[in-house]
Design a protein around this ligand. Structure first.
Ligand code: PEP
Ligand code: MG
Length: 537
């Protein structure tokens, strides 16, 4: 048994026989030709065939992963028609009297090197695209194009790297998953794998001798096991069975409304902590994002994330959710979420200490940078914003004033913003008790039951020793939730639950009866809860 840790592209488990995929790179030799014009015509004819093939691939990809996922094949067609690219090939043939295969290979290498040396991550990744399309033209010129990607049985594909065209061409019913040594999690191959729901791990030192061996891909942990033992096989089988049950549920419930038998609709949103979690949210048919824990952007960084970095992250989520609501919770750093570069003092009681909105209101530059990034991203989707750990109306007024200040600054710079709903998290008993007044200031409430339980029961949510005292269904907490919903509705705001209790199916019916408008839960809970709600009277 061998075990490796890589970078997971898609959180799913799979098990099967390995097929070691070796690219048969066409061997290109430099040859002298006598008729440059007919050689140029031969290359152009091959380019034309390649463009037609890519157009078919585009159609296939649109069906499998939608237009945005398929867009890469349109971009490939454009590169093949690019004037500089074509000119370079033609000039080489004309001036050096070399064969087409050689001219395409050299041009492909040159362009690829040029992209690879660029500063911008996106452009750097285009280097692989130029190589991919040049290889395609060369294969056509050499007459080697047929059936290279045909899989005979369901396999886990192991390869040095995979091009997007290779990924999409493979028969998805036979591609259990893939393991590669190279590639990046932002590459188009990774994006396609994610969209197609193929478990994949990259960054694994692959070996030729694995061919035909059994393997497990644990996409949840980015783990790869070659030649697994019985216990590992049993565990993977159980995980796969659970996934299959969920997939069945997905088939049945995807696209269905989250509505009770009597017709009350509940918004069923997902909680996410990073941009890549959006894939899970979409896969599980989330109707929106009810809690984007934005502090994870700060936790993953070694210094304050810039406005631009944050803007890009929020924009991608907003665009991926395509008009569905995306609620970004402003920075909730402190307590258990510590970041060195914030230079926070040691505290005896951090859960009740300098955290979340308390940091934001006293270190306003950090807060304003985040607000600017969120507002800029709001021009690209349907963004909402909510403030954590609120205990007073004054905090909401001050937070909203800063939001307005940033809005005005952006307006003065002619930077577009969308309409942004503003809400607060109700996660302190104080917020519950003044919820009637808070409702006058906001558009929505989102109840953070994790902290609300901790502060209501005076039980540290981090302390395992207190487990026996921790009653998730404590009547005091349930009464706080009921009261918040009632006060929110009195004040004309919608009320959701984004803490873990929102996914507790023993309480779903009770929450619906209390009048909850939204539940925001981990993506994997969405469909089981939808099924539950559809059975509530
Ligand atoms: C909560 O407190 O319920 C909540 C959703 O926020 P977090 O768990 O991030 O503190
Ligand atoms: Mg909280």
């Amino acid at each position: 048994m061998e075990q490796y840790k890589g970078k997971s592209i898609f959180s799913k488990t799979t098990m099967g026989k390995i097929f070691f995929y070796e690219k048969k790179a066409s061997v290109v030799t430099r040859e002298k030709i006598t008729n440059p014009q007919s050689e140029i015509e031969r290359v152009d004819a091959a380019r034309k065939i390649a463009i037609d093939q890519l157009s078919c691939l585009y159609e296939k990809a649109v069906k499998e992963v939608g237009e945005s996922g398929a867009a890469i094949f349109e971009a490939h067609q454009m590169i093949l028609d690019d004037i500089d690219y074509c000119e370079s090939i033609h000039t080489m043939i004309r001036q050096e009297h070399v064969n087409g295969e050689y001219a395409v290979a050299v041009t492909g290498d040159n362009f690829s090197q040029m992209f690879a040396s660029m500063d911008n991550d996106y452009m750097r990744e285009r280097a692989a695209d130029v190589k991919d399309i040049s290889e395609r033209v060369i294969r056509i010129l050499c007459g080697q194009e047929k059936n290279r990607n045909e899989l005979k049985e369901p396999v886990i594909l192991v390869a040095d790297d995979l091009a997007p065209s290779e990924t999409v061409q493979m028969d998805k019913t036979k591609l259990l998953g893939f393991i590669t040594e190279h590639g990046s999690s932002n590459s188009h191959t990774a994006i396609l794998a994610r969209t197609m729901g193929i478990p994949a791990v990259i960054g694994v030192p692959i070996k030729r001798e694995w061919d035909h061996k059994m393997a497990i891909i644990d996409g949840y942990q980015g783990k790869v096991i070659i030649d697994p033992d019985e216990e590992q096989v049993a565990k993977a089988k159980a995980q796969i069975e659970e996934q299959e049950n969920r997939d069945q549920l997905l088939k049945k419930l995807k696209g269905q409304k989250t509505v009770t038998k009597s017709g009350k609709e509940i918004k069923l949103y997902a909680n996410i902590g990073s941009v890549s979690d959006t894939a899970d949210a979409l896969l599980n048919d989330a109707e929106g994002i009810g809690l984007f824990r934005s502090e994870f952007l700060y936790l993953e960084a070694s210094d304050y994330p810039t406005e631009e970095e944050q803007f890009q992250a929020y924009k991608v989520v907003a665009q991926n959710m395509a008009g569905k609501k995306v609620i970004i919770r402003t920075l909730d750093i402190g307590a258990d979420k510590k970041v060195d570069y914030f230079g926070l003092d040691h505290e005896e009681n951090p859960a009740m200490g300098y955290r979340a909105i308390r940091i934001c209101l006293t270190r306003q530059e950090i807060f304003k940078t985040q607000l600017r990034a969120i507002l800029r991203a709001s021009a690209f989707g349907n963004i909402g914003i909510m403030f954590p750990m609120i205990i007073s109306v004054d905090e909401v007024i001050r937070s909203k004033a800063l939001l307005e200040e940033v809005k005005e600054e952006l307006k003065a710079m002619d930077i577009a913003c969308g309409d942004v709903e503003v809400g607060v998290m109700i996660e302190t008993p104080a917020a519950v008790m003044i919820s009637e007044s808070l409702a006058k200031e906001v558009d929505f409430f989102s109840i953070g039951t994790n902290d609300l339980t901790q502060y209501t029961l005076a039980i540290d949510r981090q302390n395992l020793k207190l487990d026996e005292f921790y009653d998730a269904h404590h009547p005091a907490v349930l009464e706080m939730i009921r009261m918040t919903i009632e006060n929110g509705h009195k004040g004309g705001v919608w009320v959701g639950i984004c803490g873990e209790l929102g996914a507790d199916m023993e309480l779903t019916e009770q929450f619906v009866k209390m009048g909850v408008d939204e539940l925001s839960v981990s993506p994997s809970f969405i469909l089981p809860i939808r099924e539950m709600i559809r059975n509530v009277e």
